[in-house]
Ligand binder design. Sequence first.
Ligand code: GCU
Length: 584
Amino acid sequence: MLYPQSNPLRQSIDLSGFWDFRFDPEDAGLSAGWANGFTGGYPIAVPASWNDQFEDWRDYLGPAWYQTRFDLPWGWEERRVYLRFGSVNYLAEIWLNGVRLGQHEGGHLPFEFDITPHVKREGNLLVVRVEGELAPDRVPPGNVPPDPLDTFAGINYPDTTFDFFPFCGIHRPVLLYAVPYDAIADLTVVTEIVENRGIVRVHLDRTTADSATARFVLRGHGTEVMAELPAAEETVEAVLTVPGAAFWSPEEPNLYELAVELMRGGEAFDRYTLPVGIRTIAVEGDALLLNGRPLMLKGFGRHEDFPITGRGLVPAVIVKDYALMKWIGANSFRTSHYPYSEQMMDLADRLGFLVIDETPAVGLFFREEGLERRLELCRQYVRELIARDKNHPSVIMWSLANEPHSKRPAAKAFFRDLYDLAKSLDPTRPVTVVSMLGETEEAFEFCDVVCLNRYYGWYTECGQLDKGCRKLSEELDALHAKYPKPLILTEFGADTIPGCHAQPPEMFSEEYQAEMLTRYIEILNSKPYVVGQHVWNMCDFKTGQSVRRMGGFNYKGVFTRDRRPKLAAHRLRELWTGEGTKGG
Ligand code: GCU
C-alpha cells in the first residue's frame, strides 16, 4: 500500500488541522443522524488522541464523532480520488456527504476508500465515528472476564490486557489523493546482493490492464539504471542490476531513488518514486546476517506516546527520538506493541535503524470465546502491516505478537497460521513472536528468531540482581539448547523515578536501573547466540491506573516522557559507544 505522494502526475493533500468534534456518551449520534453532520461540536486537533485534549475525558473510550469539510483542488474532476486514514484507534466508521463509505477495525494501520463516485467539486462533508471500547473479541483485547489461568484480567483501569494507555482518536494524517484512472496501484521491491552488484526486483501492480509502457529508473550514488517494458497486463516485473552498488546498513544507510512511470505515446501519465535500500537479511545458525555479516541489535522497545497528543503523530518527537537513539549508540528498535507511523519508518530507512516491526496483537489470550475473531483480526493485521511496510530496508523482522498468554493448547496452531501467512506474503524476512513464557512458548519451534522478555531482579528476585542475573544466564542457555536459533532479549529494565538515588542501588533508584541494565548487557554480550539487546523502555510512557503504575505511568524509560536522560541513559551510551568512559 503506497503512501500518497504529489508530483506533476498525481497529487495528495492533507486534511490535518482542527476538526469539529463531539463526545457521544449516550451513543445517540447514529440514531440522531450525526452521519449527515452534527451541531454543537467543538474544535479538536487531528492527528492526536482525544483523551488528553480536554479537561476531564481521559478515560472515555468512545463513541465520539469528528467532522470536517473540504473542496476538491482544481483539475481533480477527471481523476480517481481516494480518502486515506493513517491510523484510527480503534473502530472507525466513515461517511462522505451522507454516504456510508465503510468501516475499519484496528488502530495503527492505514485504510482507504475510493470516493470518486461520492465526492463533489466543493462542499464535501466528511464525518467519522470512532470508538475504542475494550472487548475480549478485539485485538488488543480488554474487559476480559477473570480466569484462574489468565492473571492479567481486571488489574488495570481502563481494563486492558496490556500495559499502555488505550488512547483513542484519529492518530495520523487523513489524506485525499488523486491519480489517473490508469495508475500505479502498488510496488513491491526485493533486493539481493551478488558480489558487488545489487539486484533490485520490482513488481508493479496497476489499476487497469490497458496497454502502456512501464519505465523503471533507479538513480543514486553516481549510477542510473533503467528498464522499459511493455505493460499489457495488470502487473509488470522488472529486474534492475546495479554494478558496484552502495549497500544499505545502519552504518551507511545508502538509499537509491526508484522512479516508476506508466507511459503511452512517449508521454508519462503516472509516476511514483520510492526510496530503495539494497540489503539482505537472513538467519544462519545462531546468527542474524545483514548483507552476510552478523548483527548485534542494540536499542529499545518503545511506544508512540507523548503528553497531550497521546498516541498522535508528532514529527518533532520522531526527529528528537532518532537523535537520542543515535546519541546513545542504539541501532535498532521494536515497534512495540503496534505498527508505528509511516513517517517513523521512512526516517529509519534514511537514518539507518534496524526495525522489528510488530502487529497490534498484544495481550492475546486463548480461551475459546472470541478466539476465531481474534485470529481473523490478527490475520488482517499481518496482511495490512506487510502491505504497508514491505519496501522498507530498515524492517528486518516481523513480530506477530507481544507476550501472548500462550499457556493454552490453541496458541501454537494460532501462531503457526499467522507465521505461514507472513511467510507467504514476505518470504524474505525472519518472523518471530515476542514471548514472556520462554521454554513453554511452543511457537518458538517454528519462529526464525527467539525473542524473550525478562525482568529477573525486578518483578521477581526483587532487589537481588546477583540472583536475578544468575537465573537469566541459566535460562538463556537452557532456552537456546531447546531452540538452537538466534535469540534477542526484547525487553529488560526497571521502573525508575527520576531523581531517586540510592547507594548501594535500590529498586526505583536511578542507580538500580543503571546497574541492572549493565549486568544484563554483560550477560548478553557473553552469549554467542544472542543477537539483540532491547532495553524496556526508551522513554517513560502513559499506562492505565493500577497498583503497579504510579500516577498511571510506566517509569522504565531510560529517558523521561519529555525525553530527559536518567543515569541509565549515560550508562547505556558508555556501554554502546564507549563515549563518556575514560578511554571512550
Ligand atoms: C511486559 C510488556 C510491556 C510492559 C512491561 C512492563 O514485558 O511487554 O508492554 O510495559 O512488561 O511490565 O514494564
